[in-house]
Design a protein around this ligand. Structure first.
Ligand SMILES: [Zn+2]
Ligand SMILES: [Zn+2]
Length: 669
């Protein structure tokens, strides 16, 4: 009798044991099977043979049937799943649910080895096109990377914006493909534009797949099973979920814009960071990893400084372009002198005018969508809030609606205060309001707005960019969507309407993020031989972030950030694990969190924080509480996680705590 452990794509605490039918002659680890589960049938994966003694007090059920002859998940994928489940403190079932495409349970999924699918990749011919030649600094960087890979598995390519990192990537990709190996090229979802993919397509044609959330389920399934069945040299360009694809012969993993927060999956579990997982994936294949960015994450910089990663610099911008010039506008002074047009200072307006008259384009950045982030009653001071979350409702004037940006709740616009009938005042600035003001200031300019609201349909995002690239638009207003690695020759000026809210988050990561965002958006400006300009309006011109931003001294900035992190015992010197408590009954959440903290303090002492009420304590009707654990990076994290799990399990078994959801977020952002 053969017993196997099966993973089901559910948050079950363990794998489940089943008996294989006696008629089976052959079976494989990673094979898809249908098994009885809670009066139903479920599709799972054979994880391994069950070799421990069988507990016969339970009935061990029999596997109903196999869905294919071959594994649908390869051994390296399973090894990666194990690593993710252990590191991010979740179950294999949760990893499986995230890892496999939605059409995974389809009848035909894993292919026979000989039955290779030839799915269309592109319209280009078979051969790899000639790559555009590298400039001298680029080719030096490329050789440096190759040298450093001999002693480091992971190398950081630290290149200023527009230094041609993508050029270096394409040459490395070509070399890897020529050596018969596969390449995974990760980019933030939003950078997956046709500007990038068309270019790569022209080089790599039918060797390339693009994998992200905007392609159909069928296409995702087809790419998955094509890769599963092949060891051929292939390039996958993907958002973070590409780390889950079934590579058989990986030679290179590139993580572009490695500092990007969108590489972290916040919810649901596994709460993984694709950069960390990519490095493990690469190691499992004995491949190389290249991280690329103009603004390395503090963690990455630390790994470079401690010798864990190699580093190569690219300090020259493409075609001798100078780095953008920073101009700060002091809003205190501007308002005091009454030199404001709505939310636009006099100098910003005149510079925009000059550039537009010279036939140039302007980008305006504001990281808030909607018209205004809140309304406030002039009489009683009340702020209309979401009934289910702890946040003010955002005014969307064009839809005549108030919206909650956290749970999606909407209600019609209010004309007066619901409690006293007083007049409602509009507070703050969103992209929609900027669009309104720009239209009044520049009536003949062609204006477009790019944010979540204007890019709801599949191709909206691309169309807005295409029109801007073809100079059918003069002014592009947008949220962080406009900060990604796009390049437009005619953009000479970038305006930031208010930078201050970027510094106001309580997170110790907030300066790092603000700098990265501003440097990225500034990088959109400039062209051949001419420096671009970024104008930032702020109430705090003395802010330390600006000092470094003005001279583009990111290295110094990040070193200072590291010193602070060290002084206050924050990552990367300490490992952070956040324990999240969540339930619709506030009392239960608070009670559970406190009980839990009492136990954790006994084990972890001062490494355990107080019970924290997060800035957003209620989301979608659920009350949240957090506890942060900060464990010395030098201590055994495995041991810490084991102790933590024991305590959480014990708490979860208490009568009053059973219904409260307790989750762990390892390396939270
Ligand atoms: Zn009122
Ligand atoms: Zn809400």
């Amino acid at each position: 009798m053969v017993y196997v452990d099966v993973i089901l794509p559910l948050a079950l605490p363990t794998t489940l044991t089943y008996r294989l039918p006696q008629s089976w002659k052959e079976w494989h680890i990673g094979q898809r099977v249908v098994v009885p589960f809670v009066k139903k049938q479920a599709v799972g994966i054979i994880y391994k043979e069950h070799t421990q003694a069988i507990d016969h007090s339970f009935e061990i059920k029999e596997v109903t049937m196999a869905l294919d002859d071959n594994p649908a998940v390869n051994s390296r994928q399973l090894a990666l799943w194990e690593w993710i489940a252990e590191y991010y403190m979740c179950t294999l079932g949760e990893v499986m649910a995230a890892a496999l495409p939605t059409k995974f349970a389809d009848r035909t999924f894993a292919l026979d080895q000989h039955q290779k699918l030839h799915i269309n990749t592109s319209n280009y011919a078979d051969e790899t096109r000639d790559l555009s030649p590298l400039t001298e600094p680029q080719s030096i960087a490329l050789n440096d990377i190759l040298t450093q890979w001999q002693t480091h598995q992971t190398v950081l390519l630290f290149g200023v914006t527009s230094s041609g990192k993508t050029e270096v990537y394409t040459h490395l990709i070509a070399q890897t493909l020529q050596a018969g190996k596969q390449v995974l090229y990760l980019v933030p979802e939003i950078a997956l534009t046709t500007q990038l993919t068309d270019r790569l397509n022209s080089y790599f044609g039918d060797k390339m797949f693009v994998y992200h959330s905007r392609i159909t389920d069928t296409r995702r399934r087809d790419i998955y099973r094509q890769l599963l069945a092949t060891t051929d040299a292939q390039l996958v360009v993907s958002a973070r979920s590409g780390i889950f694809l079934p590579f058989n012969n990986l030679g290179l993993v590139i993580v572009d814009e490695e500092h990007e927060q969108s590489y972290k999956q916040a919810d649901p579990a596994p709460r993984y960071h694709a950069r960390s997982v990519a490095i493990i994936l690469s190691r499992l294949h004995n491949a190389h990893t290249l991280l690329g960015t103009a603004t390395p994450a503090v963690e990455t910089w630390h790994n470079v400084k401690t010798g864990k990663y190699g580093m190569v610099r690219l300090t020259q911008r493409y075609q001798g372009m100078a780095l953008p010039r920073l101009t700060l506008i002091d809003l205190n002074r501007q308002y005091h002198r009454k030199e404001m047009y709505g939310h636009f200072s006099d100098p910003l307006v005149s510079r925009m005018k000059e550039e537009l008259e010279a036939g140039k384009q302007v980008i305006l950045f504001q990281n808030r969508r909607g018209y205004a982030p809140m309304l406030i009653c002039e009489q009683c001071g009340q702020v209309p809030r979401c009934p289910d979350c702890d946040v003010p409702l955002t005014l969307h004037l064009s839809q005549r609606q108030l919206q909650c940006h956290y749970c999606g709740y909407t209600q019609p616009m209010l004309n007066s205060c619901p409690s006293c009938g007083g007049r409602l005042q509009i507070r703050g600035l969103g992209t929609e309001r900027i669009e309104d003001e720009v239209a009044q200031l520049f009536p003949s300019a062609r204006i477009e707005r790019m944010d979540w609201d204007t890019t709801r349909r599949k191709d909206d995002y691309q169309h807005i960019l295409d029109r801007f690239a073809e100079h059918q638009t003069d002014i592009l207003i947008g949220t962080q969507m406009v900060t990604k690695g796009l390049h437009f020759d005619d953009v000479s000026l970038v305006g930031v309407l208010s930078a201050d809210h970027l510094f106001n988050s309580p997170s110790y990561r907030c300066y790092e993020r603000a700098y990265q965002m501003l440097e990225q958006v500034a990088g959109r400006a400039g062209r051949k031989g001419k420096a671009g300009e970024i104008i930032i309006q702020t109430w705090d011109v003395e802010h330390p972030v600006f000092k470094h931003l003005a001279t583009h001294s990111y290295e110094q900035f990040i070193s200072e950030q590291l010193q602070e992190r060290q002084a206050y015992n924050f990552p990367p010197y300490y490992r952070e694990i956040t324990i999240i408590f969540k339930h619709n009954n506030e009392q239960k959440v608070v009670h559970t969190a406190h009980l839990c903290r009492e136990r954790l303090v006994r084990v972890f002492g001062s490494r355990c924080s107080e019970v924290i009420t997060p800035p957003l304590q209620r989301i979608g009707g659920q009350t949240h509480r957090h506890i942060h654990l900060l464990i010395e990076a030098t201590a055994s994290i495995t041991q810490a996680k084991r102790l933590l799990n024991e305590q959480l399990k014990a708490v979860q078994e208490l009568k009053d705590c059973r219904q409260v959801r307790i989750m762990q977020d390892v390396d939270p952002l």
